[in-house]
Write a protein that binds this ligand. Structure first.
Ligand SMILES: [Fe+2]
Length: 188
């Protein structure tokens, strides 16, 4: 199993866009928060899944073919000498259009954490100071139900957190707390 440092080195090798990198940190943070509740012995590992979930973002033509997003990350990781089927399946599961359906808690968590990170960021950006510290749980829930708001953030994927036994409320709390803790890194 790779360390967080090794995972970060691989990420930096294949990802350049600042907004992709901060998104990777945000999903890593949420995944660690979810692991504290669902799999406390593997917090760093869940973080690594979040950190690497979009590794192929700038390495494949997902804009024209969404099925390649996820499987391409797996190919890159194999090329880097990583052989971790649990990680590979979770990365594919975060994009159901890859053909992989989430089944485990880890897979549901990354499926849900990915859109939630962008959603919380979108809510923060409504506020004059654009700070995550200004965002209240109930504002996130209110916007969640306004389907035109941040409509790219898939509500069904976020609600899939319920398959782990946690609630959407829990996911929102974790996202606000964990993204808030690294707000400077995220620029929020
Ligand atoms: Fe993502």
């Amino acid at each position: 199993m790779m360390t967080r440092e090794e995972a970060h080195e691989i990420l930096m090798k294949y990802m350049e866009g600042e907004h992709y990198i901060t998104h990777s940190y945000a999903v890593e943070a949420i995944m660690k928060g979810l692991a504290k509740k669902l799999d406390p012995d593997n917090v760093e590992y869940w973080g690594i899944v979040g950190l690497l979930h979009d590794l192929d973002e700038e390495q494949c033509d997902w804009q024209n073919d969404l099925t390649v997003h996820g499987p391409t990350s797996v190919e890159i990781l194999k090329k880097e000498g990583i052989n971790d089927p649990v990680l590979f399946e979770a990365i594919k599961a975060h994009n159901p259009k890859s053909g992989k359906k989430a089944k485990t808690n880890l897979e549901y968590a990354v499926l849900a954490a990915d859109p939630m990170s962008g959603f919380v960021k979108a809510v923060a950006q409504i506020y004059p100071d654009k700070k995550i510290a200004s965002v209240k749980h109930k504002s996130v829930m209110k916007r969640f139900n306004e389907l035109r708001f941040a409509k790219g953030a898939n509500r069904d994927y976020m609600e899939a957190i319920e398959f782990t036994g946690l609630s959407l409320d829990d996911l929102i709390d974790v996202a606000l707390e964990e993204m808030g803790a690294i707000s400077e890194e995220l620029g929020l």
